[in-house]
Write a protein that binds this ligand. Structure first.
Ligand SMILES: *Cc1c(COP(=O)(O)O)cnc(C)c1O
Length: 436
């Protein structure tokens, strides 16, 4: 499969090039030249397949002959080595739990697949790949664990001092091996600025083979389609064939992957884009005006995005028919108070603890169903992270009930390893050059 840039539809690059470049020079995003429909035989019998089987079938459909079957299968089975269960809360209300991977957030799907794809394409004798990643919390952990132990790669994570939760910091700083963490005395934006500047620094690019692991990489998007198919498969097994998805959205990679799955033939009745007060997309869906704004800090901080980077992909998917976009997707946005109320309602009524991002997706599904309920359509809201990653959000009575998984308790026993740096570029550059 070849890829074009959304800013320049006549460009053509290979999958390998799209993965290593991450973003085209023209600052568009890579999209596959065609999105083949899956065959009906597969779709109609999808309930017979496991998640890794579905993942392989879907990956092959979109990647074509870029990677031989046996190799692709090995990559997919190694990357997607955990489950994504659909749990019923009541009739036509299901939660799709995407946090059963090692970092306890859905970003494991993208990060694990991408790391293995990059490692696969690195040829023998090639220079070590140096992955730089700035994180506000969840991305760093997923990328670190995705690349941990992957040969010929090294990851440098920059995180803002004092601005990530304890568990997130432990996930970033206790890996060792080919992962190193830099605690930057600054904000997430400072971390991101350092990474961006490194990519334009001639000396660093001479010395190192730098690449980024940010969420716009096409190799992070593709594996996120897998769990939409797998969720549908689980519902089909229960005799349910009509489904809507409510997706908690920040950079719009997750829902973008859902739309890609839909393009490949997954029968989805409707998508709901659920955001916090960073409501650029819900506003656009309502008014037709796309007006990016500075991001506002909220309890659902992984969705604090004022100018969602993957939106251009979604616009591109619907460029032939903009009306189809507003017919297929509805947007909802909620403030922190509403988020807390939703967490409380879900706890009181279902005895289930949702992370703040997940709670927003649930609320949007509920509001949609209030006006559009159909007895034969199942509503599925996506749960993007384990609640234990956001301990400060919950009132005491709920926090006490959050179960901390064994792997997280183990992390607390490990020694924190990170280098403390200021937010100036010279110090960062010196560190990179001095620690080859
Ligand atoms: C990254 C993240 C999101 C937002 O996903 P996008 O693909 O950026 O829309 C939502 N919830 C959690 C927990 C996240 O880590």
């Amino acid at each position: 499969m070849q890829y074009y840039s959304t800013n320049n539809p006549s460009t053509r690059v290979s999958f390998k090039e799209a993965v290593f470049n991450s973003m085209p020079q023209d600052k568009g995003l890579y999209m596959p030249v065609s999105i083949p429909r899956l065959d009906d035989k597969f779709l109609n019998n999808i309930d017979q397949y496991t998640l890794p089987e579905i993942a392989f079938h879907v990956a092959k459909n979109i990647l074509g002959n870029d990677i031989p079957d046996a190799d692709l299968k090995a990559i997919v089975y190694d990357a997607i080595s955990f489950l994504a269960p659909v749990v019923k809360l009541e009739d036509n209300v299901f939660v799709l739990e995407l946090w059963h991977g090692p970092s306890l957030a859905f970003k494991d799907f993208g990060a694990r697949f991408m790391s293995r794809i990059m490692s696969y394409f690195l040829e023998k004798g090639e220079k070590q790949l140096d992955v730089l990643v700035a994180t506000s919390g969840d991305t760093g952990g997923a990328v670190a664990l995705g690349f941990l132990g992957v040969p010929n790669t090294r990851v440098t994570i920059l995180y803002p001092k004092g601005k990530v939760s304890d568990i997130q910091e432990q996930q970033l700083t206790t890996n060792g091996q080919n992962i190193r963490a830099l605690e930057i005395d600054g904000t997430f934006d400072d971390c991101q600025a350092l990474v961006k500047q490194a990519f334009t620094d001639a000396e660093l690019n001479e010395k190192f083979r730098l690449t980024s692991a940010n969420s716009i990489n096409i190799a992070r998007l593709i594996p996120q389609t897998f769990y939409y198919f797998n969720a549908y498969a689980q519902l089909l097994k229960q005799g349910i064939s009509k489904v809507i998805f409510s997706v908690p959205s920040g950079n719009f990679g997750n829902i973008g992957a859902g739309l890609l799955a839909w393009k490949m033939g997954l029968p989805v009745e409707h998508f709901i884009a659920a955001t916090n007060v960073n409501d650029t997309v819900p506003e656009f869906l309502k008014t037709g005006v796309y007006q990016p704004k500075p991001s506002v800090a909220t309890l659902s901080n992984a969705m604090d995005v004022g100018n969602p980077s993957n939106w251009v992909r979604i616009a591109d998917l619907f460029k032939a028919d903009a009306n189809a976009l507003t017919t297929l997707i509805t947007g909802y946005s909620y403030n922190d108070e509403q988020t807390l109320e939703a967490i409380k309602f879900i706890n009181d009524n279902y005895n289930y603890i949702a992370c703040p991002h997940t709670a927003i997706a649930w609320q949007a599904l509920r509001d949609w169903q209030q006006d559009n309920y159909k007895a034969d359509v199942a509503g599925v809201f996506l749960s993007t992270a384990h609640p234990c990653k956001f301990p400060d959000v919950y009132p005491e009575s709920i926090a006490a009930k959050v179960e901390v998984p064994e792997q997280v308790k183990e992390l607390a026993k490990k020694e924190k390893q990170s280098a403390a740096l200021g937010k100036d570029f010279e110090g960062f550059k010196e560190f990179l050059l001095g620690n080859e």
